[in-house]
Design a protein around this ligand. Structure first.
Ligand code: GLU
Length: 328
C-alpha cells in the first residue's frame, strides 16, 4: 500500500485535535493554548515530502476530551480513511491512550497512528515534529492496515489496547502495561518487532452518544469504605472495578459487588501493572462466588479501557465480552 500510495500521491490524513504538540504560548499572558495547526507544524519538518490533507475537528487540552469528542473524531476518521493513505491523529498525551482505544474499538480496520508531544513547541527538546514525522511514516507503511490503531511516540509503535502514559514529563513516557512493543520507527523506516494481534473488537460506531455517567469506575484499595463503595456504584448502568493483585476483592465490599452484578454488568479488571487475573493455580476457587454471581473478568484491559468498552457496549445495546486476541 505504501508504494501504491506514494506512486499515486495519495495524501495521508492528519487530524489535529490540540494537546501539547500544538500548544503555543500566548504572547501576552504566556499561557499555552493549542493553536498550532497540523499544516504549520508539518511545513516546518525538513524533508517531509509526502502529501498531506489536514483536518481539525476541535482543539483542546485532552484532559477535557469527552465521549462526544471521541465519537466526533471516530466519525471524522471513518469519513476520510478510505480516501487517504493512513490517518494520523495529533492528540494531547494525557488521555491519548483512551482516545486511541476508543478508535480501535469502533474502527478496527482503519490504519490510525496517534502522536503527540511531551514538550511544547519552542522549548528545548520539543518532540512534536519528530513524533508527527514518525506517525506519518507508520500510517503510510504497507503494514499500517494490519496494525489498526497505534500510538507513535519517541520512536516506538505501541498498540492501543496496551499503551500507557507512564511518566508525567519524560520524552520516553509512553510504554505498555504488558510490554507489547509492535515496532520501532526511525529514519523513515518501520522496523517490526512482534506480530500484530487480532481482537474481538466491537467494530461499530454507536448511533447514540455513550453516557459518561453510565458506568461507575472504582479502583480498589486496602481498607475500602463499604459505604463509599456502595455510593460510588449506586444507580450505575454498569460497573468497572480495578481489583487488587490477581483480582482480589476485599470481603468488606464483596457483597456490594455481587449485589450490583445481579442488576447490571460488573467488570473486574486488575490494578496490578501486568500479569494474569484469576490465579487459580495459587488460589483455587477464590473467584467462584464472583463468577457464579455474573461478575465478568477482564483479563487484558485496565480499568479506563474496560470503562470505554462497557460504555460503548451500553450505547450499542450489546453484551460485554472480555477483550480476547488471536494471532493474525
Ligand atoms: N494536558 C494536555 C493534554 O493532554 C497537555 C499534555 C500533553 O499533551 O502532553 O492535551
Amino acid at each position: 500500500m505504501t508504494q501504491t500510495a506514494a506512486e499515486a500521491d495519495i495524501p495521508t490524513a492528519v487530524i489535529a485535535t490540540g494537546g501539547t504538540i500544538a500548544m503555543l504560548a500566548d504572547p501576552a499572558s504566556g499561557v499555552r493554548r493549542p493553536t498550532l495547526s497540523g499544516a504549520t507544524l508539518a511545513a516546518a519538518i525538513r524533508g517531509l515530502e509526502v502529501p498531506l490533507a489536514h483536518f481539525q475537528p476541535y482543539a483542546i487540552g485532552s484532559e477535557d476530551a469527552t465521549f462526544a469528542h471521541w465519537l466526533q473524531l471516530a466519525r471524522e476518521i471513518a469519513a476520510v480513511a478510505d480516501a487517504h493513505a493512513g490517518v494520523v491523529v495529533m492528540h494531547g498525551t494525557d488521555t491519548m491512550e483512551e482516545a486511541a482505544y476508543f478508535m480501535a474499538e469502533c474502527l478496527p480496520d482503519a490504519p490510525i497512528s496517534f502522536c503527540g508531544a511531551m514538550r511544547p513547541p519552542g522549548t528545548l527538546g520539543y518532540d512534536g515534529g519528530r513524533n508527527l514525522l514518525d506517525a506519518i511514516t507508520v500510517a503510510r507503511s504497507p503494514l499500517a492496515p494490519r496494525l489498526g490503531t497505534v500510538v507513535v511516540m519517541n520512536h516506538e509503535v505501541l498498540p492501543a489496547w496496551d499503551v500507557i502514559k507512564s511518566d508525567s514529563v519524560a520524552l520516553s513516557s509512553f510504554s505498555t502495561r504488558h510490554g507489547t512493543r509492535i515496532a520501532t520507527v526511525h529514519d523513515r523506516q518501520l522496523r517490526p518487532l512482534s506480530l500484530p494481534l487480532r481482537f474481538n473488537w466491537l467494530g461499530e460506531l454507536p448511533a447514540v452518544l455513550p453516557r459518561a455517567d453510565a458506568v461507575a469506575y472504582v479502583r480498589l484499595t486496602g481498607s475500602p469504605g463499604p459505604r463509599r463503595f456502595a455510593d460510588a456504584i449506586a444507580g450505575a448502568e454498569g460497573v468497572v472495578v480495578e481489583a487488587l493483585g490477581a483480582g482480589s476483592v476485599p470481603a468488606a465490599v464483596r457483597a456490594q459487588l455481587l449485589g450490583a452484578a445481579a442488576q447490571v454488568p460488573v467488570v473486574l479488571s486488575g490494578r496490578a501493572l501486568s500479569g494474569p487475573l484469576q490465579d487459580e493455580e495459587s488460589y483455587p476457587h477464590a473467584w467462584d462466588d464472583l463468577l457464579g454471581g455474573g461478575v465478568i473478568l477482564e483479563k487484558r484491559l485496565d480499568g479506563p479501557r474496560a470503562r470505554i468498552r462497557l460504555s460503548l457496549c451500553l450505547a450499542l445495546g450489546r453484551e460485554y465480552r472480555p477483550l480476547e486476541a488471536d494471532l493474525i
